[in-house]
Write a protein that binds this ligand. Structure first.
Ligand SMILES: *[C@@H]1O[C@H](CO)[C@@H](O)[C@H](O)[C@H]1NC(C)=O
Ligand SMILES: *[C@@H]1O[C@H](CO)[C@@H](O)[C@H](O)[C@H]1NC(C)=O
Ligand SMILES: *[C@@H]1O[C@H](CO)[C@@H](O)[C@H](O)[C@H]1NC(C)=O
Length: 338
Protein backbone atom coordinates (compact mmCIF):
# COMPACT_ATOMS: atom_id res chain seq x y z
CA UNK A 1 0.00 0.00 0.00
CA UNK A 2 2.71 2.45 1.08
CA UNK A 3 4.83 1.35 -1.87
CA UNK A 4 2.14 1.86 -4.47
CA UNK A 5 1.40 5.32 -3.03
CA UNK A 6 5.07 6.16 -3.44
CA UNK A 7 5.15 4.98 -7.04
CA UNK A 8 1.96 6.91 -7.74
CA UNK A 9 3.64 10.06 -6.38
CA UNK A 10 6.67 9.31 -8.54
CA UNK A 11 4.48 8.99 -11.59
CA UNK A 12 2.74 12.28 -10.76
CA UNK A 13 6.00 14.18 -10.37
CA UNK A 14 7.26 12.73 -13.65
CA UNK A 15 4.11 13.96 -15.40
CA UNK A 16 4.55 17.41 -13.84
CA UNK A 17 8.18 17.55 -14.96
CA UNK A 18 7.24 16.55 -18.50
CA UNK A 19 4.49 19.19 -18.62
CA UNK A 20 6.88 21.86 -17.38
CA UNK A 21 9.41 20.85 -20.04
CA UNK A 22 6.70 21.03 -22.70
CA UNK A 23 5.68 24.49 -21.48
CA UNK A 24 9.31 25.63 -21.64
CA UNK A 25 9.52 24.48 -25.28
CA UNK A 26 6.28 26.32 -25.99
CA UNK A 27 7.70 29.57 -24.64
CA UNK A 28 10.65 29.35 -27.00
CA UNK A 29 8.47 29.04 -30.07
CA UNK A 30 7.94 32.34 -31.92
CA UNK A 31 4.70 33.95 -30.89
CA UNK A 32 5.17 37.25 -32.72
CA UNK A 33 2.08 38.97 -33.98
CA UNK A 34 2.19 39.29 -37.75
CA UNK A 35 -0.31 41.52 -39.46
CA UNK A 36 -2.44 40.09 -42.23
CA UNK A 37 -2.94 41.60 -45.64
CA UNK A 38 -5.37 41.51 -48.52
CA UNK A 39 -4.17 39.70 -51.62
CA UNK A 40 -2.93 42.13 -54.26
CA UNK A 41 -4.12 41.68 -57.84
CA UNK A 42 -1.83 40.07 -60.40
CA UNK A 43 0.18 42.64 -62.33
CA UNK A 44 1.08 41.65 -65.88
CA UNK A 45 3.63 43.01 -68.32
CA UNK A 46 2.44 45.55 -70.82
CA UNK A 47 3.50 45.74 -74.45
CA UNK A 48 7.22 46.10 -74.97
CA UNK A 49 9.20 44.59 -72.11
CA UNK A 50 12.88 44.09 -72.66
CA UNK A 51 14.79 41.22 -71.18
CA UNK A 52 16.15 43.45 -68.41
CA UNK A 53 15.26 42.70 -64.82
CA UNK A 54 14.93 45.49 -62.28
CA UNK A 55 16.34 44.46 -58.90
CA UNK A 56 14.88 46.22 -55.87
CA UNK A 57 16.45 45.74 -52.45
CA UNK A 58 14.41 46.55 -49.34
CA UNK A 59 14.89 45.98 -45.63
CA UNK A 60 12.20 43.78 -44.12
CA UNK A 61 11.33 44.44 -40.51
CA UNK A 62 8.19 42.93 -38.97
CA UNK A 63 7.46 46.35 -37.44
CA UNK A 64 7.40 47.95 -40.90
CA UNK A 65 5.62 45.16 -42.81
CA UNK A 66 2.70 47.41 -43.61
CA UNK A 67 5.02 49.93 -45.21
CA UNK A 68 6.89 47.25 -47.14
CA UNK A 69 3.70 45.76 -48.56
CA UNK A 70 2.43 49.18 -49.63
CA UNK A 71 5.79 50.00 -51.23
CA UNK A 72 5.82 46.74 -53.24
CA UNK A 73 2.25 47.31 -54.40
CA UNK A 74 3.07 50.85 -55.51
CA UNK A 75 6.11 49.69 -57.51
CA UNK A 76 4.11 46.98 -59.31
CA UNK A 77 1.11 49.16 -59.95
CA UNK A 78 3.09 51.85 -61.76
CA UNK A 79 5.44 49.56 -63.69
CA UNK A 80 4.95 48.94 -67.38
CA UNK A 81 6.78 45.62 -66.87
CA UNK A 82 5.90 44.56 -63.31
CA UNK A 83 6.82 40.91 -63.97
CA UNK A 84 10.38 42.02 -64.64
CA UNK A 85 10.81 43.60 -61.22
CA UNK A 86 12.31 41.32 -58.60
CA UNK A 87 12.52 42.10 -54.91
CA UNK A 88 15.35 41.23 -52.56
CA UNK A 89 14.43 41.54 -48.91
CA UNK A 90 17.06 41.88 -46.19
CA UNK A 91 15.89 40.58 -42.85
CA UNK A 92 17.54 39.79 -39.52
CA UNK A 93 15.60 36.51 -39.30
CA UNK A 94 14.87 34.14 -42.15
CA UNK A 95 11.35 33.31 -41.17
CA UNK A 96 9.18 31.00 -43.27
CA UNK A 97 6.08 32.66 -41.92
CA UNK A 98 7.17 36.02 -43.32
CA UNK A 99 7.97 34.50 -46.73
CA UNK A 100 4.57 32.90 -46.93
CA UNK A 101 2.94 36.16 -45.82
CA UNK A 102 4.58 37.94 -48.76
CA UNK A 103 3.72 35.06 -51.07
CA UNK A 104 0.07 35.07 -50.05
CA UNK A 105 -0.18 38.86 -50.43
CA UNK A 106 1.63 38.89 -53.80
CA UNK A 107 1.25 35.36 -55.24
CA UNK A 108 3.03 36.35 -58.46
CA UNK A 109 5.91 38.28 -56.95
CA UNK A 110 9.49 37.36 -57.81
CA UNK A 111 11.33 37.73 -54.51
CA UNK A 112 14.18 36.42 -52.42
CA UNK A 113 14.85 36.75 -48.71
CA UNK A 114 18.36 37.22 -47.37
CA UNK A 115 19.59 37.08 -43.85
CA UNK A 116 21.37 40.14 -42.54
CA UNK A 117 23.40 39.10 -39.52
CA UNK A 118 23.02 41.93 -36.98
CA UNK A 119 26.29 40.91 -35.34
CA UNK A 120 28.03 42.49 -38.33
CA UNK A 121 27.26 45.91 -36.88
CA UNK A 122 27.26 45.04 -33.21
CA UNK A 123 29.57 47.44 -31.41
CA UNK A 124 29.68 49.72 -34.47
CA UNK A 125 26.39 51.52 -33.86
CA UNK A 126 26.46 54.71 -31.85
CA UNK A 127 23.31 56.10 -30.32
CA UNK A 128 21.53 58.56 -32.60
CA UNK A 129 18.81 61.12 -31.98
CA UNK A 130 16.06 58.60 -32.74
CA UNK A 131 15.91 55.04 -31.43
CA UNK A 132 14.52 53.61 -34.70
CA UNK A 133 17.66 54.78 -36.52
CA UNK A 134 19.81 52.58 -34.26
CA UNK A 135 18.28 49.30 -35.42
CA UNK A 136 20.91 47.04 -37.02
CA UNK A 137 18.70 46.51 -40.09
CA UNK A 138 19.04 50.21 -40.78
CA UNK A 139 22.69 49.48 -41.58
CA UNK A 140 21.96 46.52 -43.87
CA UNK A 141 22.26 48.72 -46.98
CA UNK A 142 25.98 49.06 -46.23
CA UNK A 143 26.33 45.27 -46.44
CA UNK A 144 23.99 44.48 -49.34
CA UNK A 145 26.81 44.15 -51.86
CA UNK A 146 28.22 41.32 -49.70
CA UNK A 147 24.85 39.66 -49.22
CA UNK A 148 23.42 39.66 -52.75
CA UNK A 149 24.48 37.00 -55.28
CA UNK A 150 27.42 38.02 -57.45
CA UNK A 151 25.28 37.95 -60.61
CA UNK A 152 23.37 41.03 -59.50
CA UNK A 153 25.27 44.06 -60.72
CA UNK A 154 22.91 46.93 -60.09
CA UNK A 155 20.15 47.45 -57.56
CA UNK A 156 17.72 50.11 -56.48
CA UNK A 157 17.72 50.33 -52.69
CA UNK A 158 14.42 51.52 -51.19
CA UNK A 159 13.42 52.14 -47.59
CA UNK A 160 10.11 50.64 -46.46
CA UNK A 161 8.41 53.99 -45.84
CA UNK A 162 8.12 54.95 -49.49
CA UNK A 163 5.55 54.88 -52.29
CA UNK A 164 6.58 54.86 -55.95
CA UNK A 165 4.12 56.61 -58.24
CA UNK A 166 6.01 56.29 -61.51
CA UNK A 167 7.58 53.53 -63.59
CA UNK A 168 10.60 52.41 -61.58
CA UNK A 169 12.39 51.30 -64.74
CA UNK A 170 12.98 55.01 -65.48
CA UNK A 171 15.08 55.27 -62.31
CA UNK A 172 16.73 51.94 -63.10
CA UNK A 173 17.89 53.23 -66.45
CA UNK A 174 19.96 56.12 -65.03
CA UNK A 175 23.44 56.41 -66.51
CA UNK A 176 25.78 56.18 -63.52
CA UNK A 177 28.63 57.64 -65.60
CA UNK A 178 31.16 55.56 -63.73
CA UNK A 179 29.84 56.46 -60.28
CA UNK A 180 28.94 53.77 -57.75
CA UNK A 181 25.81 55.50 -56.53
CA UNK A 182 23.01 57.66 -57.91
CA UNK A 183 20.46 59.61 -55.86
CA UNK A 184 18.86 63.04 -55.84
CA UNK A 185 21.32 65.61 -54.45
CA UNK A 186 20.33 68.60 -52.34
CA UNK A 187 23.03 71.20 -52.64
CA UNK A 188 20.97 73.89 -50.91
CA UNK A 189 20.54 71.83 -47.73
CA UNK A 190 22.83 72.83 -44.88
CA UNK A 191 25.44 70.11 -45.21
CA UNK A 192 27.34 71.42 -42.16
CA UNK A 193 24.49 70.43 -39.88
CA UNK A 194 24.89 66.69 -40.58
CA UNK A 195 28.19 66.62 -38.70
CA UNK A 196 29.25 67.89 -35.31
CA UNK A 197 31.49 70.77 -34.35
CA UNK A 198 34.01 68.14 -33.22
CA UNK A 199 34.13 66.88 -36.81
CA UNK A 200 34.45 70.24 -38.55
CA UNK A 201 37.08 71.49 -36.13
CA UNK A 202 39.32 68.48 -36.76
CA UNK A 203 41.24 69.22 -39.94
CA UNK A 204 42.24 65.59 -40.44
CA UNK A 205 38.58 64.54 -40.45
CA UNK A 206 36.93 67.48 -42.20
CA UNK A 207 39.62 67.33 -44.86
CA UNK A 208 37.79 64.37 -46.37
CA UNK A 209 35.49 66.84 -48.13
CA UNK A 210 38.31 68.91 -49.59
CA UNK A 211 38.06 69.17 -53.34
CA UNK A 212 34.58 67.63 -53.32
CA UNK A 213 31.38 69.55 -53.84
CA UNK A 214 29.69 67.63 -51.06
CA UNK A 215 25.90 67.87 -51.05
CA UNK A 216 23.36 66.13 -48.90
CA UNK A 217 21.55 63.12 -50.34
CA UNK A 218 19.07 60.79 -48.70
CA UNK A 219 20.16 57.15 -48.41
CA UNK A 220 16.60 55.79 -48.49
CA UNK A 221 16.53 55.80 -52.29
CA UNK A 222 19.72 54.90 -54.11
CA UNK A 223 20.71 53.29 -57.38
CA UNK A 224 23.82 51.29 -56.57
CA UNK A 225 26.38 49.64 -58.83
CA UNK A 226 26.96 46.77 -56.38
CA UNK A 227 29.82 45.44 -58.45
CA UNK A 228 31.57 48.82 -58.29
CA UNK A 229 30.76 49.01 -54.57
CA UNK A 230 32.52 45.69 -53.99
CA UNK A 231 35.47 46.60 -56.20
CA UNK A 232 35.90 49.94 -54.44
CA UNK A 233 35.84 48.37 -50.96
CA UNK A 234 33.04 50.81 -50.10
CA UNK A 235 31.65 48.76 -47.20
CA UNK A 236 35.02 48.95 -45.48
CA UNK A 237 35.26 52.71 -46.10
CA UNK A 238 31.87 53.32 -44.51
CA UNK A 239 32.80 51.06 -41.58
CA UNK A 240 35.97 53.05 -41.00
CA UNK A 241 33.88 56.17 -40.37
CA UNK A 242 31.67 54.18 -38.02
CA UNK A 243 34.83 53.32 -36.11
CA UNK A 244 35.80 56.99 -35.92
CA UNK A 245 32.32 57.80 -34.60
CA UNK A 246 32.80 55.30 -31.78
CA UNK A 247 35.75 57.24 -30.43
CA UNK A 248 34.66 60.75 -31.24
CA UNK A 249 31.09 61.85 -31.86
CA UNK A 250 31.22 63.26 -35.39
CA UNK A 251 27.49 63.00 -36.25
CA UNK A 252 24.10 62.47 -34.62
CA UNK A 253 22.13 60.37 -37.11
CA UNK A 254 22.39 56.61 -37.81
CA UNK A 255 23.65 55.04 -41.04
CA UNK A 256 23.30 58.14 -43.23
CA UNK A 257 26.30 60.27 -42.18
CA UNK A 258 29.00 57.59 -42.68
CA UNK A 259 27.61 56.99 -46.18
CA UNK A 260 27.70 60.76 -46.83
CA UNK A 261 31.32 60.82 -45.66
CA UNK A 262 32.28 58.30 -48.33
CA UNK A 263 30.03 59.40 -51.18
CA UNK A 264 28.80 62.99 -50.86
CA UNK A 265 30.07 65.00 -53.82
CA UNK A 266 30.95 61.84 -55.68
CA UNK A 267 27.58 60.49 -56.80
CA UNK A 268 25.49 60.80 -59.91
CA UNK A 269 22.64 63.18 -59.21
CA UNK A 270 19.15 62.21 -60.36
CA UNK A 271 16.00 64.30 -60.55
CA UNK A 272 14.50 65.36 -57.22
CA UNK A 273 11.21 63.79 -58.22
CA UNK A 274 12.69 60.41 -57.19
CA UNK A 275 12.79 61.22 -53.51
CA UNK A 276 10.23 63.55 -51.97
CA UNK A 277 11.67 62.87 -48.53
CA UNK A 278 10.86 64.22 -45.09
CA UNK A 279 7.13 63.48 -45.22
CA UNK A 280 7.41 61.87 -41.78
CA UNK A 281 8.38 65.25 -40.37
CA UNK A 282 11.51 65.81 -38.35
CA UNK A 283 13.33 63.19 -36.30
CA UNK A 284 12.07 64.39 -32.95
CA UNK A 285 8.40 65.28 -33.22
CA UNK A 286 7.20 63.97 -36.60
CA UNK A 287 5.31 67.18 -37.44
CA UNK A 288 3.31 67.34 -40.66
CA UNK A 289 5.13 68.51 -43.75
CA UNK A 290 3.78 69.42 -47.15
CA UNK A 291 5.06 68.45 -50.57
CA UNK A 292 7.85 70.37 -52.22
CA UNK A 293 6.89 71.91 -55.56
CA UNK A 294 7.65 70.01 -58.75
CA UNK A 295 6.84 66.63 -60.26
CA UNK A 296 6.83 63.56 -58.01
CA UNK A 297 7.81 59.97 -58.79
CA UNK A 298 8.45 58.75 -55.25
CA UNK A 299 7.09 59.79 -51.85
CA UNK A 300 9.18 59.10 -48.77
CA UNK A 301 7.98 59.32 -45.16
CA UNK A 302 11.46 59.71 -43.72
CA UNK A 303 11.48 61.27 -40.27
CA UNK A 304 9.64 60.14 -37.19
CA UNK A 305 6.03 60.02 -38.42
CA UNK A 306 4.84 57.01 -40.42
CA UNK A 307 1.61 57.27 -42.42
CA UNK A 308 0.10 54.00 -41.18
CA UNK A 309 0.58 55.01 -37.54
CA UNK A 310 -0.80 58.50 -38.08
CA UNK A 311 -3.80 57.16 -40.02
CA UNK A 312 -4.50 54.62 -37.25
CA UNK A 313 -4.29 57.29 -34.60
CA UNK A 314 -6.88 59.31 -36.56
CA UNK A 315 -4.50 62.26 -36.72
CA UNK A 316 -3.12 61.87 -40.23
CA UNK A 317 -1.23 64.56 -42.09
CA UNK A 318 -2.60 65.54 -45.50
CA UNK A 319 0.23 63.69 -47.31
CA UNK A 320 -0.76 60.45 -45.54
CA UNK A 321 -3.90 60.28 -47.69
CA UNK A 322 -1.55 59.71 -50.65
CA UNK A 323 -0.19 56.59 -48.91
CA UNK A 324 -3.57 55.16 -47.85
CA UNK A 325 -4.64 53.74 -51.27
CA UNK A 326 -1.62 51.37 -51.18
CA UNK A 327 -2.40 49.99 -47.73
CA UNK A 328 -3.13 46.26 -47.96
CA UNK A 329 -3.48 45.84 -44.21
CA UNK A 330 -6.42 43.73 -43.08
CA UNK A 331 -5.98 43.13 -39.39
CA UNK A 332 -3.60 42.10 -36.68
CA UNK A 333 -3.40 38.37 -36.34
CA UNK A 334 -1.73 36.87 -33.30
CA UNK A 335 0.10 33.66 -34.11
CA UNK A 336 -1.35 30.94 -31.91
CA UNK A 337 0.93 28.86 -29.79
CA UNK A 338 -0.65 25.55 -30.64
C1 LIG B 1 10.69 40.32 -68.82
O1 LIG B 1 9.41 40.00 -69.30
C2 LIG B 1 9.37 39.45 -70.57
C3 LIG B 1 7.92 39.12 -70.94
O2 LIG B 1 7.18 40.30 -71.09
C4 LIG B 1 10.18 38.18 -70.63
O3 LIG B 1 10.23 37.70 -71.97
C5 LIG B 1 11.58 38.43 -70.13
O4 LIG B 1 12.30 37.23 -70.07
C6 LIG B 1 11.53 39.06 -68.77
N1 LIG B 1 12.89 39.33 -68.32
C7 LIG B 1 13.30 39.07 -67.08
C8 LIG B 1 14.74 39.30 -66.86
O5 LIG B 1 12.56 38.68 -66.21
C1 LIG C 1 3.70 30.68 -53.04
O1 LIG C 1 2.37 30.22 -53.08
C2 LIG C 1 2.08 29.35 -54.17
C3 LIG C 1 0.60 29.02 -54.10
O2 LIG C 1 -0.18 30.16 -54.12
C4 LIG C 1 2.95 28.14 -54.09
O3 LIG C 1 2.72 27.32 -55.22
C5 LIG C 1 4.42 28.54 -54.05
O4 LIG C 1 5.22 27.43 -53.86
C6 LIG C 1 4.66 29.53 -52.93
N1 LIG C 1 6.03 30.00 -53.00
C7 LIG C 1 6.75 30.27 -51.92
C8 LIG C 1 8.12 30.79 -52.19
O5 LIG C 1 6.36 30.09 -50.78
C1 LIG D 1 24.25 75.36 -40.94
O1 LIG D 1 24.30 74.52 -39.79
C2 LIG D 1 25.28 74.91 -38.84
C3 LIG D 1 25.33 73.83 -37.77
O2 LIG D 1 24.08 73.36 -37.42
C4 LIG D 1 24.97 76.30 -38.31
O3 LIG D 1 25.92 76.68 -37.37
C5 LIG D 1 24.93 77.28 -39.48
O4 LIG D 1 24.53 78.54 -39.01
C6 LIG D 1 23.97 76.81 -40.55
N1 LIG D 1 24.11 77.65 -41.73
C7 LIG D 1 23.08 78.20 -42.36
C8 LIG D 1 23.40 79.00 -43.57
O5 LIG D 1 21.92 78.05 -41.98
Amino acid sequence: MALSLLSLLGLLSTILLLRRAAAAIGVQRPTAALPSFREAPAFRNGGACSSHAVHVVMPLDTNYMRGTMAAVLSVLQHSTCPENVSFHFLSVHLDGEISSLINSTFPFLAFEMYEFDPSRVRGKISKSVRHALDQPLNYARIYMADILPAGIRRVIYLDSDIIVVDDISKLWGVDLEGKVLAAPEYCHANFTSYFTEAFWSDRRLAGVFEGRRACYFNTGVMVVDVEGWRRGGCRRKVEEWMEVQKHKRIYHLGSLPPILLVFAGNIKGVEHRWNQHGLGGDNLEGRCRGLHPGPISLLHWSGKGKPWLRLDSRRPCTVDYLWAPYDLYKSSRVALEE
